[in-house]
Design a protein around this ligand. Structure first.
Ligand SMILES: [Zn+2]
Length: 425
C-alpha cells in the first residue's frame, strides 16, 4: 500500500515538473494595425514566442494574389518580423482589399500553435485635390480664403504653412473651405501655403491655394525705457517680485507675452463650422494709438533689451468708452490674460475671432450670442496698458491678422465674400 502511495506521489511530482517545464503558451501575432485598416505600404507583423518559433506561414489574397501559403521553417528565435507587401497583388487600380492569414508553431514539444487573419485596404493613391476658388491677392499680415474639393473623404485636411495648420470646414459633397493667413512674421518669399488632404491610408496630397502675396511694410518704433516707467510696470504687473524692474519688464515682455499668445491660440481653437459674421467688421471709435504688426524695439540706456511685435490695433477714445462687437458671433472667452488684462474673445465661425483687451469690465458672458455693434464691454487700462484704450485683434485660426482689411467693405467683398458659398452670404 505504502509503495502504491509513493508511486502516485512520484507520478504527480513528475507531472507537475513536466507541466512547469513544458511550454504551453501559444505564440503571439502582433499585426500593428486594426482590422479593416487602410495601409499604403508593406505591413510589418511581429511574431513572438517565449521559448522560440519553429514555423511561420502566411498567405496573402486579393487582386492577383491567390492566397498561396509561404513558410519560413526552423527559425529558433523568440521574435520574428514578417514583412508582407500587398503591392505585389495590385493589378490595375487601387484601393485594393486584401486578406492576410498567419499560422505560427513554436518549438515546444507540444507544438503550440496560433492562427490569425486580418482584412485590410491597400491604397497608395493620394486624394485628388482641386481648388474651386479663393482669394487671389494677399499681403503680409493679411487673410485669405480657399474653397476646394477632395476626391475622397479625407481624415485630415486644411491649409498648411510651415508648422501652422489652418482648419478646413466641410461644405458638403467633398467640398471644403479654409481661412488662412499670411502671418506678419513670414516674409513674402517664404510664404508657401498648401491646401492638403490626407486619406485613411496616410497618403498626402498638397496643392497651391492659388493666391499671390506681396510684402508689406509695417511701422517700426523705438521705445526708450525710463526707470520711472519700469517701476510703474513692476508695480502694476509683478509688485511682489524681488527682481530688478528692468528684469521684470523683460520677463513680462518676452516670456509672459509668449505664454499669453499661446493661450489665445488655444482659445481660438474653439470655433463653429459656420459663418456667423456678415459683411464688413466694425471699428470701435477712437484714434489709432498703435498699429498692427508694429515692430517695437525696447531700449534701456540706449541698449536694446527686448523686441516685440504688436499683434493688434490700439484704439483710444474716451475713458471708459463702450466697446462694441465688431461682428455677429458667439462669446467664447471672458477673463484675464496677463498683459492683455481683461479680455473678451468672440468667435465669428470658420476659425475667425476678434479679441478685445485692457477692458475695465465685460458686459457679456461666455456662450452669449452677440450682434455687430452690441455693447460687450467698457474700455480701461488693465494688463500692460498705459492710458485707457482698446487693444483689438482679428485672428484666423489663432494667427493675428491685419484688422484694417476687415474694416474695408470693398476688401471684404472682393477678397472673401465673393468666394463663399451663396448660403453663407
Ligand atoms: Zn495693443
Amino acid at each position: 500500500m505504502k509503495k502504491i502511495t509513493l508511486l502516485i506521489v512520484l507520478i504527480l511530482c513528475i507531472s507537475v515538473a513536466a507541466y512547469l517545464y513544458i511550454d504551453t503558451k501559444d505564440p503571439v501575432i502582433s499585426w500593428g494595425v486594426e482590422q479593416n485598416a487602410y495601409i499604403n505600404d508593406a505591413l510589418k507583423i511581429n511574431i513572438s514566442d517565449d521559448i522560440g518559433l519553429k514555423d511561420v506561414c502566411y498567405s496573402l489574397s486579393g487582386g492577383s494574389c491567390s492566397g498561396e501559403e509561404r513558410c519560413s521553417s526552423d527559425l529558433g528565435s523568440q521574435s520574428f518580423d514578417l514583412l508582407i507587401d500587398p503591392g505585389q497583388c495590385v493589378v490595375d487600380s487601387e484601393p485594393l482589399k486584401v486578406k492576410m492569414a498567419v499560422k505560427v508553431v513554436d518549438t515546444s514539444i507540444v507544438a503550440n500553435k496560433t492562427e490569425d487573419s486580418i482584412e485590410l485596404t491597400y491604397d497608395r493613391q493620394a486624394p485628388n485635390l482641386t481648388t474651386l476658388g479663393g482669394t487671389l491677392s494677399m499681403k503680409r499680415g493679411g487673410t485669405g480664403v480657399v474653397l476646394y474639393e477632395v476626391g475622397e473623404v479625407p481624415v485630415e485636411t486644411g491649409v498648411l504653412l510651415d508648422d501652422l495648420h489652418f482648419k478646413a470646414f466641410a461644405l458638403g459633397q467633398n467640398k471644403y473651405l479654409s481661412f488662412y493667413a499670411h502671418p506678419y512674421f513670414v516674409e513674402a518669399d517664404d510664404f508657401k501655403p498648401r491646401v492638403f488632404a490626407v486619406d485613411a491610408a496616410g497618403n498626402l496630397r498638397k496643392i497651391r491655394p492659388g493666391s499671390r502675396t506681396a510684402s508689406w511694410t509695417y511701422p517700426t518704433e523705438e521705445i526708450e525705457l525710463t526707470d520711472d516707467f519700469l517701476e510703474i510696470v513692476k508695480d502694476k504687473m509683478m509688485a511682489t517680485s524681488t527682481s530688478k524692474p528692468l528684469d521684470v519688464f523683460v520677463e513680462i515682455n518676452n516670456k509672459i507675452r509668449q505664454e499669453n499668445y499661446q493661450k489665445i491660440v488655444q482659445l481660438c481653437q474653439t470655433t463653429v463650422p459656420e459663418k456667423l459674421w456678415q459683411g464688413v467688421f466694425l471699428r470701435n471709435q477712437g484714434a489709432t494709438r498703435a498699429n498692427f504688426a508694429e515692430d517695437r524695439t525696447y531700449k534701456y540706456h540706449s541698449e536694446v533689451v527686448s523686441k516685440q511685435v504688436h499683434t493688434g490695433l490700439d484704439i483710444a477714445g474716451l475713458n471708459n468708452m463702450e466697446i462694441q462687437s465688431a461682428n455677429h458671433g458667439k462669446v467664447i472667452f471672458v477673463g484675464e490674460i496677463g498683459i492683455y488684462g481683461n479680455v473678451v474673445i468672440i468667435d465669428h465661425g470658420y476659425g475667425l475671432h476678434t479679441l478685445y483687451g485692457h477692458l475695465s469690465k465685460a458686459d457679456v458672458r461666455e456662450g452669449d450670442h452677440v450682434k455687430k455693434g452690441d455693447v460687450i464691454a467698457v474700455s480701461g487700462e488693465t494688463g500692460l496698458a498705459f492710458g485707457d484704450h482698446l487693444h483689438f485683434e482679428v485672428r484666423v485660426n489663432g494667427v493675428p491678422v491685419n484688422p484694417i482689411e476687415w474694416f474695408d467693405p470693398v476688401w471684404v467683398v472682393n477678397n472673401i465674400e465673393t468666394f463663399l458659398p451663396k448660403a453663407d452670404m
